[in-house]
Design a protein around this ligand. Structure first.
Ligand SMILES: O=C(O)COP(=O)(O)O
Length: 230
């Protein structure tokens, strides 16, 4: 049976001392903005434009498959990524956290869960979108990870924070987020509101699948299981 907003045997509620959050598509509602700038970026860097009827199919693919589909050479990826982040800085006022995200961060932090943010985006963009109160609830930032470099950054983050992978839940909206969590041995909770479709995420077998931000706190918070605290 596909996982839904329920805990699997591998991921009982209250087990996690550390929650590592992705940013774009997980906390930040940036997909509409991304679609709006993508074809301009395609023209600038010489990869294929996306037709409107094609974008839903791309949402079912991994980042690597999307790059193949659009003829994006791997060597251009850091340049494209940097340019995208500069465009987002220009347009930052248009990017908002998803409804429910402030409450989610507040609830987890109040429950004693340590929060970290692992993103390919820049720390400046992230902190401007979240605002000081939300950003202040995140204890550790690992920003500017390369598109396919999240596993390495996650490993370093866990060492820095001092929490084992077995007590860490990563939450994200893309298959590369799931792959990074798996590579390091962390549980993974997929969100159904991001860049990648819920169907594609479900097919990859996440430990949890969240339908809305409000579902996360009750499943991973410590309050219901005080014995999970160190
Ligand atoms: O901005 C990006 O390149 C993607 O950012 P993310 O890792 O938070 O999804």
């Amino acid at each position: 049976m596909p996982p839904s907003s329920v805990s699997s045997p591998a991921a009982p509620p209250g087990r996690y001392r550390l929650v590592v959050l992705d940013f774009d598509g997980t906390l930040a509602d940036s997909f509409g903005w991304f679609c709006g700038v993508l074809n301009g970026v395609a023209d600038r860097y010489g990869f294929r434009r996306v037709a409107p009827e094609e974008s839903e199919a791309l949402r079912g693919m991994s980042a690597a498959a999307i790059m193949r589909q659009l003829d994006v050479p791997l060597w251009k990826l850091p340049l494209i990524s940097r340019h995208m982040h500069a465009l987002m800085a220009r347009d930052i006022a248009a990017i908002r956290p998803f409804p429910g995200v402030p409450e989610l961060l507040e609830g987890l932090a109040t429950d004693g869960v340590t929060l970290a943010l692992l993103s390919s985006n820049s720390r400046a963009n992230i902190q401007r979108v979240l605002g000081p109160t939300n950003a202040g609830r995140v204890a550790h930032y690992a920003c500017g990870a390369s598109v396919f470099g999240k596993a390495g950054r996650l490993r370093k983050l866990l060492r820095r924070v001092g929490v084992p992978a077995a007590e860490t839940l990563c939450i994200g909206d893309e298959l590369r987020d799931l792959e990074a969590a798996r590579a390091v041995g962390c549980a993974f909770g997929a969100v159904a509101w991001g860049y990648t479709t819920a169907e594609a995420l479900r097919a990859a077998g996440p430990d949890l699948l969240f339908e809305r931000p409000g579902d996360i706190g009750s499943l991973v918070g410590c309050r219901s299981r005080p014995s999970a605290a160190p």
